[in-house]
Design a protein around this ligand. Structure first.
Ligand code: PGA
Ligand code: ZN
Length: 423
């Protein structure tokens, strides 16, 4: 039984305020959870409540914290923490909006995740096992964002993320080693070329490379140098909703404008030249008709991930399934704002053959819940940044702990996580 609910404002990895919530049970079990925050957010995401005004750049979350300590605490105190769906539904009901705009998705999500963690502590089982049950055993292939651009960096790259995918590894820890060694080789290579080794919001380097072609080539050069060229592939998240203006894709930093079909041609050409296994938000969130064409043309050989497009929401995903748009979904807990709804979205995706990639936000905290969520749902893929910076490594370190705990039971899918790219 929940006896204690307390929210407070803490900081995220960009130095912006965010919500942390503690939940305590009558048994003495206790847990806290902190809420992440995006920069290139989808238009239809659940609403992150911020105070506005002068202080904290308008980003304070005192109102959301007040809602945790007021209405949410009043409503969920006395509920059974093991009954996650009832707790989440109670909060959704008192919020009363479709987008959690009144209480704030940040307030509701914090309480939702802290409830799950407290229930796991009470049951004396790890979070991944509490959420996923006896069959939770698959460690995810990490999609490691080693070159940052777009809204996450001030360099010359229009596209947001260039990720290293160490799918040739036998285990999660080997995948992490391949990622780390390639990341450091990339750092050395950029230094030699006189390029910046400063990092972007997700810990990847943010050099002034000329184009997506140069970024992909640099990553493969680094993998070659580290001795891992045959074990890696590339995943892209160009986050093109950010580039879509008046029906056209404006590549400002690189110079040039493309229409939707031009973008598809670009992805096809990149996939011909480089070992690309996954492209996320290759088209904009409101460009559904062109998304259909993209899926028709490239869906047979690439994972096509909807992030801004689906916003972890069953309604948008249902439309995608019906209209044959995309074949994978990025899963971000704060896009929808509760654990139960996140699990609903994952279930719908998996039942319909859509791959699920559990994901961080560009603004993160030391909270590593998504690592457990990836294993709980046997998703097989996680996106949680470069293998550097504590906000990102917190998740990788938690996965190392889980792998260690599972021992011989830990499975690692490797390239099997990308069935489309293999054929
Ligand atoms: P965001 O970026 O957290 O800034 O939205 C991550 C992504 O687009 O996948
Ligand atoms: Zn994205």
């Amino acid at each position: 039984t929940i006896v204690h609910v307390h929210g407070r404002q803490v900081l995220d990895s960009r130095g912006n305020p965010t919500v942390e919530v503690e939940v305590g049970l009558d048994s003495g079990a206790f847990a806290s959870a902190a809420v992440p925050s995006g920069a290139s957010t989808g238009e239809h995401e659940a609403v992150e409540l911020r105070d506005g005004g002068e202080a904290w750049g308008g980003k304070a979350v005192a109102r959301a914290v007040d809602h945790v300590n007021g209405e949410i605490a009043d409503r969920i105190t006395g509920l059974d923490a093991r009954d996650q769906r009832a707790v989440d539904l109670a909060m959704i009901e008192i919020d009363g909006t479709a987008t959690k705009a009144r209480l704030g998705a940040n307030a509701i999500l914090g309480a939702s995740l802290a409830t799950a963690k407290a229930a796991a502590a009470d049951a004396g089982v790890p979070l991944y096992r509490w959420i996923g049950g006896a069959n939770a055993h698959v460690l995810p292939v990490p999609l490691m964002n080693v070159v940052n651009g777009g809204a996450h960096a001030q360099n010359s790259l229009d596209f947001q993320e260039f990720m290293l995918v160490p799918g040739g590894a036998e285990t999660f820890s080997e995948a992490l080693r391949i990622g780390v060694e390639t990341y450091h080789a990339l750092e050395a290579l950029l230094k030699e070329r006189g390029l910046s080794t400063s990092v972007g919001d997700e810990g990847g380097f943010a050099p002034d490379l000329g184009s997506a072609y140069d970024a992909c080539a640099a990553i493969l050069d680094a993998a070659e140098r580290a001795g891992h060229r045959d074990k890696v592939a590339i995943a892209l998240d160009p986050a093109t909703s950010e580039l879509f203006h008046d029906g056209a894709y404006v590549l400002e930093r690189q110079g040039g404008t493309l229409d939707g079909n031009g973008m598809i041609d670009l992805w096809a050409d990149l996939a011909d030249r480089f070992p690309i296994v996954s492209i996320e938000d290759g088209l904009a969130e409101n460009d559904w008709a062109t998304w259909q064409t993209l899926t028709d043309r490239l869906g047979g050989r690439l994972q096509l991930v909807g992030d801004d497009l689906f916003v972890t929401n069953v309604e948008f995903l249902r439309r995608g399934i019906a209209e044959k748009v995309g074949n994978a979904i990025l899963v971000k807990v704060n896009q929808i704002g509760s654990l139960s709804e996140t699990l609903d979205t994952i279930e719908l995706a998996q039942r319909n053959g859509y791959a699920t990639i559990i994901s961080h936000r560009s603004g993160e905290t030391e909270d590593a819940t998504i690592a457990d969520l990836a294993v709980a749902t046997n998703s097989g893929q996680i996106k949680t940044g470069a293998p550097a910076r504590s906000d990102r490594t917190a998740k990788y370190n938690q996965l190392l702990r889980i792998e260690d705990q599972l021992g011989a039971q830990a499975a690692f899918p490797g390239w099997d996580a990308f069935p489309r790219a293999r054929s």
